[in-house]
Design a protein around this ligand. Structure first.
Ligand code: PLP
Length: 394
């Protein structure tokens, strides 16, 4: 009899978004016709930019003619996109070879697949509150997890000073859900810690495009020593609206070796075995993001979300509510006022002002008492939600 992967039975029920959906559905059944302002979503609301759309159309046309048609592409990514990404890093002072850039179908897929590189005996170290997929992917791989709770006193920024074990370290900056961003000194401390232990950092940079402060690093490879201890996982989802189109990239430096093995070479072997690459059409669309025209356009879209974040931040400032994020991140992580638990606060906002946010408890135990607002909604809804919030709590 076949034995299934029993670790599936160890997964905690993925209840956060299901419970939010259930509660909003029940509310709408009770009050039909009420319009909800959704401030909890992690999905984007703005479409792909014109440069990307033009490139996608052109690539579709190429696939229609015998002379320009593309069949299978190199499994690790089309050279034109790997080069475009490497040049983009160069513009920020990080030198990469295109062979260190792997094109992916998005960060989520990659965060799961990459675990193939590491033996399951290595415990994962996950700072909390965290994007729930980190823990779930580790559970499925049969990996032990050590959580590192972060606190409001340290602005939810994880520090290696309190880390005692863990060979596979998840760092997410700007962070989902807290919006906290690791500065150079903190990131350097993690790089040094990982190098000393022989650990590997999985650096999730899905929200790097939201960093506006010049002094903050977009990439872990801006930090000395990171090429020997880090893998960077990036996504065009939030940067350029690819959530439904699916495209990302991962950086694995050549110097990254463990147990005498090159992780870059191992990943080439993995991809050539388990993947036939990402669609030619999408990779052309991705390439357009890195053109000057594409960069100008994606920045215009990002500005809409950044302005939403400002609207939310000033509403919270006026209300005197403590929060992190919002400045270099699309998330605002706020302390539930008046001692509400995160689900009580969710119910209050839903029932009294028809605003839907995300209870912090869904991101781990240390998220209890906190709440996430996202800047990805429409500007109109964001403004209206904040007006209602001020009327409710002001
Ligand atoms: N990493 C973090 C921290 C995220 O919040 C998300 C999506 O919300 C992802 C990765 C997934 O990104 P992608 O759409 O590229 O799979």
């Amino acid at each position: 009899m076949l034995i299934p992967n029993r670790h599936y039975a160890e997964l905690k029920e993925s209840y956060l978004f299901a419970r939010i959906a259930e509660k909003t559905k029940a509310y709408l059944a009770e009050y039909p016709g009420k319009r909800l302002l959704r401030m909890g979503i992690g999905d984007v609301s703005q479409p792909l930019c014109p440069a990307v759309i033009t490139a996608l159309h052109a690539a579709v046309e190429e696939q229609a003619a015998k002379e320009t048609f593309h069949g299978y592409l190199p499994e690790c990514g089309a050279p034109f996109l790997r080069e475009a990404v490497a040049k983009h890093y160069e513009s920020r002072g990080v030198t990469l070879s295109p062979e260190e850039v792997f094109v992916s179908s998005g960060a989520s897929d990659e965060l799961g697949h990459l675990l193939d590189l590491f033996a399951p005996e290595n415990p994962a170290l996950i700072p909390e509150p965290a994007y729930p997929a980190y823990a779930d992917a580790s559970v499925l791989a049969g990996r032990r997890i050590v959580f590192l709770p972060t606190t409001p006193e340290e602005d939810f920024l994880p520090s290696p000073a309190r880390a005692e074990e863990g060979e596979l370290v998840y760092l997410c900056s700007p962070n989902n859900p807290t919006g906290a961003v690791l500065d150079r000194a903190r990131l350097k401390a993690w790089v040094d810690w990982a190098s000393r232990r022989g650990a590997v950092i999985l650096f999730d940079a899905a929200y790097e495009a939201f960093i506006a402060d010049e002094a903050l690093p977009h990439s872990i490879f801006e930090i000395e020593g990171a090429r020997e201890c880090a893998v960077e996982i990036c996504s065009l989802s939030k940067t350029a609206g690819f959530t439904g189109t699916r495209l990302g990239y991962t950086i694995i430096p050549r110097e990254l070796r463990r147990g005498g093995m090159s992780l870059n070479a191992m990943w080439v072997r993995n991809r050539t075995t388990k993947s036939n690459g990402v669609s030619y059409i999408l990779q052309r669309g991705g390439e357009a993001v890195f053109t000057p025209e594409g960069q100008t356009q994606v920045r215009q879209t990002l500005r809409i979300y950044q302005d939403n974040a400002k609207v939310m931040a000033s509403a919270l400032d006026r209300l005197g509510i403590r929060y992190t994020g919002g400045r270099n991140a699309p998330y605002l992580w706020l302390e539930c006022p008046r001692g509400y638990s995160s689900w009580e606060f969710f119910d209050l906002l839903l029932r009294r002002i028809q605003v839907v946010g995300t209870p912090g408890e869904g991101f781990g135990e240390s998220g209890e008492g906190w709440f996430r607002f996202s800047a990805f909604g429409s500007p109109e809804d964001t403004r209206e939600a904040m007006t209602r919030l001020q009327e409710l709590l002001g």
